[in-house]
Each structure stands twice: as structure tokens, then as C-alpha cells.
Design a protein around this ligand. Structure first.
Ligand code: NAD
Length: 333
């Protein structure tokens, strides 16, 4: 099944980050030729250390994905494009609205224009987010549920989705869109708490700190372990049925926020939690309970997640125990 990647040229934008680097490790096992374009913007999770022992077998171009002149020749010769580079923080999206628009919408349009002119057969996988749904009025959320994003991040991800679907319909550029819930696992940034909270909490527990929970912590979230995401992306990229589709990707089992934190504390055996009021700027964009239907992805690719949240937290903790110093900024050590 995965022979489809052997000797194929694959571009991963944002490939030094959490999802992109885990994907690079997997695709290299399948014999792909990988090029990464990443600008290592310090706000995000780009980290050379994420490549580990594959560093010499992957071509890395340190540049902005918005640089058309630079990405054009790479796109021209690529069979697959995983477009993961993003302004990832939905919290920050209101502070840097035009940057968010630029990176999360315009870069996709830019890429699609290059594809249309120079390589319309390229297979695109795009990382969208559950944030496009906003506050769900019905649960579980299916791909047909209404989209009412509460943040510019969600609006701009949704705009990218629309571009991709239009370019598929009008120009036949094959794409698959993943609406990712709450991913976690090794190689995730733990520098700050603006996104990727599981990793951040593991760090806090390792440092024996108090983990602050907004509100009562009862909100449901769907946490999905990274290896399960990578499996799904790889399967979808090799599936004809996934072309032109939007796919939810989550574990399919939601967990209360405070239970996730309890699992972290009991795994690390350090740290404690404290409940505090919601900050104003967070409450406005809080989505409430999230529970997603992942049956479409299962139907199309036969994928099913293999890791429970507890297993995932254990594996993630072990990773940071061995690699802590590569993920925590020097000045904070
Ligand atoms: N982490 C999450 O909670 C989450 C949830 C849903 C969807 N997603 C999406 O998944 C994708 C990957 O996110 P991640 O979790 O791996 O985050 P990450 O921060 O680890 O990776 C993002 C990467 O993109 C790079 N990047 C940012 N702007 C760039 C630009 N202009 N040009 C080139 N590179 C740039 C960063 O340097 C970083 O390496 C993103 O599209 C994100 O929106 C993430």
C-alpha cells in the first residue's frame, strides 16, 4: 500500500515542526525523497532536533512558504505536498491578523496558483483544524456540521479549505483536507502554552509546577496521539477515495480537560493542578465541549486510532524525559 511513496518527491511545508517532522520520519521509511520548507519562526515549533537521525537524508530549505520564487521549483517537481506550515496559535491570530491571513490563507492560494500553472497533478494534503467549526450546536461534530469559526485562525483555515476544494473542482488539483482536533506527542513544541497543551502540561509536571486550569476544567476535548495522525495522513495520501474530501481526525473519544491533566500528573508523578477563572481573551473563543465523528476517515481509509490518551501521554513523557533540553529554551533551563 505504501509503495506509492517509494522514490516519490515529497514537499512538507512546516516540516521542522511537530506534525511535519513526524511525517518526514515516516515517509522516509517508505523510501520517499523529502524536501522541507520551514522558516523556523521562533513563535512556532520548528526545531532541527526534530529530524534527529534523518537530518542528512532530508533536504531542508530554511525559508518562508510565502516565497513563491523559492517554492515554485520545488512544487514543480513534487508528487506530494503536505502543506502544514501555519501560524498555529488561534489565540495569537487576533493579535497578528494580517500575518495569520497571509500564512494561513494566502500561502495556500499562492501554492495552488503555482500548482495550477506548473504541476496540477500534485497530490495535496492540508492540515486544517477543528477550529473551523467553532462552538458546535450538535455532537458529535461531522464534516457536514456547520462551520462558524470563533477565531481568525479558524476563518483563515476555512478559507484555505475553500481554495483547495475550488481548485480541485475547477482545475482537478487533488487535495485532502484534515480537520485535526487536539494533537499531542513527541516533537511538539513545549516552549509556550498558546497551543499544544498536553506537551506543555507534561513539561509543567516534569518541573513540579502547578498546572492552572481555566474554569471547572470539565470541557471535553478530543486528544489524538501523533502516530495515529501520521498513519491517517499517509493512508489518505495514497487513497483515491480521499481526494476532494474533508476528513475529521481525532481519537473519536473525548476526555474532560481536567482528566487529561490528571493523567499527565499521574504519569509524571509530579506537579499539581489549580482551577482559576477564564481570562477574558480566552473565554470569547472557547468552543465548549468537542466531540468529533471520525467514521468518514475510517470508512475511506480503514484507519482507526491505536493509542489511548494514557498510552500517548506515557510515550510523550518518555520522549521529553530523554530529550528535555532540546525543547526548553536555554534561558528557562
Ligand atoms: N498543534 C495543534 O494543536 C494543531 C491543531 C490542529 C491543526 N494544526 C495544524 O497542523 C499544522 C502543523 O502544526 P504543528 O502542530 O506541527 O505546529 P508546529 O508549530 O510544530 O509546526 C508548524 C511549522 O510551520 C513552520 N512555519 C510557520 N510559518 C511558516 C512560514 N511562513 N513559512 C515556513 N514555515 C513556517 C514553523 O516554523 C513550524 O516548524 C498547522 O497547519 C496547524 O495549523 C495544529
Amino acid at each position: 500500500m505504501y509503495n506509492s511513496f517509494e522514490n516519490k518527491n515529497i514537499l512538507i511545508t512546516g516540516g521542522l515542526g511537530f506534525i511535519g517532522s513526524n511525517l518526514a520520519h515516516k515517509l522516509l521509511e517508505y523510501g520517499a525523497n523529502i524536501t522541507i520548507v520551514d522558516n523556523l519562526n521562533p513563535l512556532y515549533g520548528g526545531n532541527f532536533y526534530n529530524l534527529g537521525n534523518i537530518r542528512d537524508r532530508v533536504k531542508v530549505v530554511i525559508s518562508d512558504v510565502r516565497d513563491s520564487e523559492l517554492v515554485k521549483p520545488i512544487i514543480e517537481k513534487s508528487d506530494y505536498l503536505f502543506h502544514l506550515a501555519a501560524q498555529v496559535s488561534y489565540i495569537d491570530s487576533l493579535n497578528i491578523p494580517f500575518e495569520d491571513l497571509d500564512v494561513n490563507s494566502k500561502s495556500t492560494l499562492n501554492i495552488l496558483e503555482i500548482c495550477r500553472k506548473f504541476n496540477p497533478a500534485i497530490r495535496i494534503i492540508f492540515s486544517s483544524s477543528r477550529m473551523v467549526y467553532g462552538k458546535a450546536d450538535k455532537s458529535p461534530i461531522t464534516e457536514q456540521s456547520e462551520t462558524n469559526p470563533l477565531s481568525l485562525y479558524g476563518i483563515h483555515k476555512l478559507t484555505s479549505e475553500k481554495y483547495l476544494l475550488m481548485y480541485y473542482k475547477d482545475f482537478g488539483i487533488p487535495c485532502t483536507i484534515f480537520r485535526i482536533t487536539n494533537p499531542f506527542g513527541p516533537r511538539q513544541q513545549i516552549k509556550h502554552n498558546k497551543y499544544s497543551l498536553v506537551g506543555w502540561f507534561i513539561r509543567q509536571a516534569m518541573e513540579d509546577k502547578t498546572i492552572k486550569i481555566y474554569g471547572d476544567g470539565k470541557q471535553l476535548r478530543d486528544y489524538i496521539y501523533i502516530d495515529d495522525i501520521i498513519d491517517a495522513m499517509v493512508l489518505a495520501a495514497s487513497s483515491k477515495e480521499a481526494i476532494g474530501e474533508i476528513l475529521n481526525i481525532g481519537s473519536g473519544n473525548s476526555t474532560r480537560f481536567c482528566d487529561m491533566v490528571s493523567s499527565v500528573i499521574s504519569c509524571v508523578q509530579k506537579g499539581r493542578m489549580e482551577f482559576i477563572p477564564w481570562p477574558d481573551n480566552y473565554e470569547k473563543i472557547e468552543t465548549g465541549d468537542v466531540s468529533v465523528d471520525i467514521s468518514k476517515l475510517h470508512r475511506i481509509t480503514s484507519w482507526y486510532p491505536k493509542h489511548s490518551i494514557q498510552e500517548g501521554i506515557q510515550l510523550t513523557y518518555e520522549y521529553y524525559k530523554n530529550n528535555y533540553s532540546y525543547y526548553v529554551p536555554v534561558e528557562e533551563k
